[in-house]
Write a protein that binds this ligand. Structure first.
Ligand code: ATP
Ligand code: MG
Length: 167
C-alpha cells in the first residue's frame, strides 16, 4: 500500500505518527524518516527518541549537518539515499517519509527517480508519505490519497504555534 496525505490543513504528519503507533501495536517493524524539518525540538522527536522499541527506527534527515548553511538539498538527497535502502530492507513493514512531498516540491529530489524507487520497493512494504503540494506522478501510483483542507487555523490570526499541538 502506498499512502499519501497532502493538502494545506493541519493533520498530515500527525496522521502518519498515529499510523506508526497502530503498526507498532501489531508488532510491525517501522521506520520514520523526517525530511526538511530537522532543527526543531518537537514533541514527536522527544517522544520517539525516548521510545524503547526494538522494532522502530526514527531518523531526522537534516539534524546531523544542520549547522551547514544552505545545504538543504544535500541533506534531502542524503535522506533519499537512506530511504532507498529502507525501501528494500527485508524486514521492514511500514516506512513513513514525512514531508517527502515538500522535498519533491522544492526540487531537492528527482521525481522520476523517487517514483521508480517507490514502485520497485520490496513486496509487502507499506509506504506513507506526507506533506503539502504532493506531486501528481506520486499521486498517480498511490493506492490511498487524502487531502486535508484547512478551514481555519489560529496562525491566520497571528497566534503562535503551541508545543504539544503544533510541534
Ligand atoms: P501536523 O504535524 O500538526 O499534523 P501537518 O503535518 O499537517 O501538521 P505541516 O505542513 O507539516 O502540517 O506543518 C506543520 C505545522 O504547521 C504545525 O505546527 C501546524 O499546526 C501548522 N499548520 C498546519 N496547517 C496549517 C495551516 N493551514 N495554516 C497555518 N499553519 C498550519
Ligand atoms: Mg507535516
Amino acid at each position: 500500500m502506498l499512502i499519501n496525505v497532502t493538502g494545506n490543513g493541519k493533520g498530515k504528519s500527525t496522521s502518519a505518527f498515529g499510523t506508526v503507533i497502530r503498526a507498532l501495536g501489531w508488532g510491525w517493524r517501522v521506520a520514520l524518516l523526517q525530511f526538511i524539518k530537522g532543527k526543531l525540538e518537537t514533541g514527536e522527536v522527544r517522544f520517539f527518541r525516548s521510545l524503547k522499541q526494538e522494532n522502530f527506527m526514527f531518523e531526522q534527515l537534516g539534524t546531523g549537518l544542520s549547522w551547514q548553511p544552505g545545504n538543504h538539498k544535500e541533506l534531502a538527497q542524503a535522506g533519499w539515499l537512506r530511504a532507498k535502502e529502507l525501501l528494500q530492507a527485508p524486514e521492514l513493514q511500514l516506512l513513513v517519509l514525512d514531508e517527502l512531498n515538500i522535498a519533491l516540491h522544492l526540487k531537492y529530489l528527482d521525481i522520476d527517480e523517487v517514483v521508480e524507487a517507490i514502485r520497485n520497493r520490496r513486496d509487502g512494504l507499506h509506504v506513507m508519505i506526507t506533506g503539502r503540494y504532493a506531486n501528481e506522478k506520486l499521486l498517480k501510483i498511490s493506492d490511498l490519497v487524502s487531502e486535508i483542507q484547512a478551514i481555519k487555523h489560529p496562525f491566520e490570526k497571528g497566534e503562535p504555534a503551541i508545543p504539544g499541538i503544533d510541534y
